[in-house]
Design a protein around this ligand. Structure first.
Ligand SMILES: *Cc1c(COP(=O)(O)O)cnc(C)c1O
Length: 357
């Protein structure tokens, strides 16, 4: 028996965990700070954590009601109908549903380079091909409609990451609209707002009032601190009302995830604290790091350090884990997740020491 040809498929490489690195170096996990995966350094909302404990007693049931409750809460938050909210196993799961609902075999999608690997992976899973538009360092990784439209060649789905990972830049809503206007009538523009809470800018969700060619991705993994439960969603045009039932994996988000998400949405204080902390940390890294940085609207900062792999390895030995962006095609850059005050200060001190060597 042969698998299908997977030679075009690439592996998703997540940042390594503290335990893994500590074991490798023969050290204690408590000696490390992990600023490599854009997680929330303040943990989950305490309300979400206690909701998860309570949910434990009910996990022998399939999550029907709680899935509906969370869908309704998200719809209410954005002033949409319930049918427009596609809950999923992480934002990544929502990307799969969008690919499943849009791609015919051989259709091509247009993704940013450097950019989030999963767009292309998901398209390939769904028998699609991948083309890229460049987000270049020459112009400070600026995200404009022109850079997308220059590369556009009739692709079926166009992905805009705003704020962008790993650069931290964002598209203006005017540029998002221009891309939607100037791509084909059959093209869907997916606006990935995984970091939307950290940007002081309006969401592309507002465009769905008037358009049927834009979908928006959101996640509970970043500002809400729930990366481990895997919960995200896509917001889609009203006209797609019955498609979700046709493409979703049964019970797309778990009972634990839905319960946690509902509780987290009621804890504005935790989100505000998380966003406030990121604003401070971003500023601190921009001001204090002895390397060129780029303006960021996410919970991380991209820095040009010369040799990313060397700097990442040396910082690791000093107990600070940052993301080597070589795998994004940026061998000179590291991405530093915004930590707590203490973590951010320590990371900057260690990186400055490494950079001075
Ligand atoms: C983190 C992230 C996501 C979603 O991650 P999930 O944990 O699957 O919700 C989506 N897009 C980008 C650009 C991200 O960085």
């Amino acid at each position: 028996m042969q698998l299908r040809d997977l030679s075009d498929h690439v592996e998703y490489r997540a940042g390594r965990g503290i335990e893994e690195v500590a074991r490798e170096l023969g050290r204690e996990p408590s000696e490390f700070v992990k600023l490599s995966s854009n997680e929330n350094p303040h943990g989950p909302s305490p309300k979400a954590a206690s909701a998860i404990r309570e949910a434990a007693a009910e996990v022998h049931r399939y999550p029907k009601a709680v899935h509906a409750d969370l869908t309704a809460a998200v719809a209410d938050r954005w002033d949409l109908s319930d049918e427009q909210v596609w809950l999923a196993n992480g934002g990544d799961g929502a990307l799969d549903y969008l690919a499943r609902a849009t791609l015919d075999p051989g259709d091509t999608v247009l993704v940013p380079s450097p950019g989030f690997t999963y767009y292309g992976m998901s398209a390939r899973f769904h028998h699609g091909d991948v083309a890229e538009y460049d987000v270049t360092e020459n112009d400070g990784f600026a995200l404009t409609a022109d850079s997308v439209l220059d590369a556009y060649d009739g692709e079926r789905v166009v992905y805009l990451t705003s704020p962008h990972n790993p650069s931290g830049g964002r598209f203006s809503l005017d540029d998002v609209e221009r891309v939607a206007d100037e791509t084909g009538p059959d093209a869907l523009v997916v606006v990935d707002e995984a970091y939307g809470e950290f940007a002081d800018a309006p969401s592309a969700v507002s465009l769905l009032d008037e358009r049927d060619d834009v979908a928006v991705l959101r996640t509970f993994s970043k500002a809400y601190g729930l990366a481990g439960v895997r919960l995200g969603y896509a917001v889609v045009p009203p006209a797609w009302a019955d498609a979700y039932a046709r493409v979703q994996t049964p019970f797309a988000a778990s009972a634990v995830a839905c319960t946690a998400g509902l509780a987290a949405m009621k804890d504005d204080d935790h989100v505000e604290k998380s966003v406030g902390s990121v604003e401070w940390s971003r500023e601190y890294i921009h001001d204090e790091l002895d390397a060129e940085t780029y303006e960021s609207h996410g919970n991380f900062v991209l820095a040009d350090v010369g040799d990313a792999t060397e700097v990442t390895d040396e910082a690791k030995c000093e107990g600070v884990l940052v993301r080597d962006c070589s795998s994004f095609g940026l061998p000179e850059h590291v991405r530093i997740t915004c930590g707590t005050r203490e973590e951010t200060e320590r990371a900057v001190a260690v990186l400055n020491e490494v950079l001075a060597r």
